[in-house]
Design a protein around this ligand. Structure first.
Ligand code: NAP
Ligand code: HSE
Length: 428
């Protein structure tokens, strides 16, 4: 029988995702000769602390010095699951320069330095794949780059952060307040020890930047994404949303318009009838519109040990097949356009505006006048809660330029009858 090639792999990191990758490589061992015509073997694992107890990991593979991997010519694939910008950026660059293929889950790095890393991969005829960096176990980058390559994609929109979707789902279904839902997300291991990147929308922003770059064939970095988090969403906003047939979700939205790319992350009221409204708990989903495929939606687990490892293994198997057929470096950077990116003030949205005003004759009329002057058309008004001489007013607008809407809000704030503006949320 023909001796099979052994493709050797180094794992950088053995935390949540690294442990999942290690387990999958073991559990898929017998399948590899059939799936790729070779065996896969993890031969080194880089960690910070070699003495830390690691359940199920072969301790003899642990190293704490990157050069032991970089200088090992038998290692063909490096899987980076350490996270953060440095030293991951340096290690990946050096691996590519040494002719090693790289698979990473690092959205922080790809969203900011994707071009430089893809250029290095191309220069050295290596594969650099990062499916796990967006929406965990859900296949989305490969479908955008390959299966949907025959489309002009005009929109990519989705729920790409499990922690915030879990929090908003608990606030909606069980009436929990934000702090209570965040504490539960932390207890269940969804939220990071420092949940800032999740709840402020940065994690989703990085994922949307990566998806938009691939979908529109034009580079979008995290700094191009307008981000708003969910910390200001209250149970009352959720109640009003429900009253108008909507739920509130943290959405990443990227649109390719004739004037440029719109890209943002923010909470949004979406109608109960929209498929994304039914994506609950820690699940993620991405909705894509292409001129040929029309609408397509991708749904599944956006994080966690094995779902994320599943995406990484898919990339590793892809690289291994390319190695077997000597065709690595086939698909590198697909950003061959240089489209302008619109500032948020140039983007049109519908808005939900909740405010507290003096309960007096003419107050609503003055607010309506200001909105009208600034070209803001009102779609719906709700006024019900009254406490002493203060009334709560909810206005839902039609589509309006962000710039005009913000001007109107500045003027409404200056009215002596405006007590406070508690929420401004976009509406689908
Ligand atoms: P994690 O649990 O914190 O694990 C990080 C691992 O990297 C640890 O084993 C750590 O070593 C090692 N490490 C960190 N810095 C290092 C350094 N300078 N030198 C050597 N080793 C270093 O992180 P994770 O949750 O697995 O996430 C890993 C990556 O996957 C991140 O980029 C993350 O954004 C991405 N990701 C995670 C998920 C998820 O569900 N967790 C989903 C999608 C993508 P020690 O063990 O010795 O400390
Ligand atoms: N913290 C992320 C989330 C998982 O909650 O979706 C890693 O991408």
């Amino acid at each position: 029988m023909k001796e099979l090639n052994i493709i050797k792999i180094a794992l950088l990191g053995s935390g949540t995702v690294g442990t999942g990758v290690y387990k999958l490589v073991q559990s898929q061992k017998e399948e590899m000769p059939h799936k790729i015509g070779a065996n896969l073997e993890i031969t080194k694992i880089l960690v910070r602390d070699k003495n830390k107890k690691r359940e199920g990991i072969d301790n003899s593979l642990l190293v704490d010095n990157w050069s032991e991997i970089l200088e090992d010519d038998s290692i063909q694939i490096v899987i980076e699951v350490m996270g953060g910008i440095e030293p991951a950026r340096t290690y990946i660059t050096q691996a590519l320069e040494a002719g090693k293929h790289v698979v990473t889950a690092n959205k922080d790095l790809v969203a900011e330095h994707g071009k430089e890393l893809l250029d290095a991969a191309e220069a050295h005829h290596c594969d650099l794949l990062f499916e796990a960096s967006v929406a965990g176990g859900i296949p989305i980058l490969r479908p955008l780059k390959q299966c949907l390559a025959g489309n002009h994609i005009s929109e990519v929109m989705g729920i790409v952060n499990g922690t915030t979707n879990f929090i908003l789902s608990k606030m909606t279904a069980e009436g929990m307040d934000f702090d209570e839902a965040l504490a539960l997300a932390t207890e269940l291991g969804y939220a990071e020890a420092d949940p800032t990147a999740d709840i402020e929308g940065y994690d989703a922003g990085r994922k949307v930047a990566i998806m938009a770059s691939i979908a529109f064939n034009s580079r979008v970095t995290f700094s191009d994404v307008h981000t708003e988090g969910i910390t200001k969403i209250t149970a009352k906003d959720i109640e009003y949303a429900s009253e108008v047939g909507c739920v509130i979700k943290l959405l990443g939205v990227a649109k390719n318009t004739p004037e440029g790319i719109e890209v943002s992350v923010h909470p949004m009221l979406i109608p109960n009838s929209h498929p994304l409204a039914k994506v609950d708990d820690s699940f993620n989903a991405v909705f894509v519109h292409g001129d040929a495929v029309d609408d397509a939606m991708f749904y599944g687990r956006g994080a966690g040990e094995l779902p994320t490892a599943s995406a990484i293994m898919g990339d590793v198997i892809d690289v291994a097949r390319n190695i077997q057929f000597q065709c690595t470096g086939r698909i590198s950077c697909t950003c061959y356009k240089d489209l302008p990116i619109k500032g948020i003030q140039e983007v049109k949205s519908k808005y939900f505006l909740r405010m507290q005003v003096a309960d007096k004759v003419g107050v609503l009329a003055r607010i309506a006048d200001i909105l009208g002057d600034k070209k803001v058309s009102i779609a719906q008004v709700i006024q019900k809660d009254k406490h002493e001489d203060v009334a709560e007013l909810v206005i839902i607008t039609d589509l309006v330029l962000e710039e005009y809407f913000r001007d109107a809000i500045d003027q409404i704030k200056k009215l002596d009858t405006t007590k406070s503006i508690s929420s401004i949320i976009r509406v689908y």
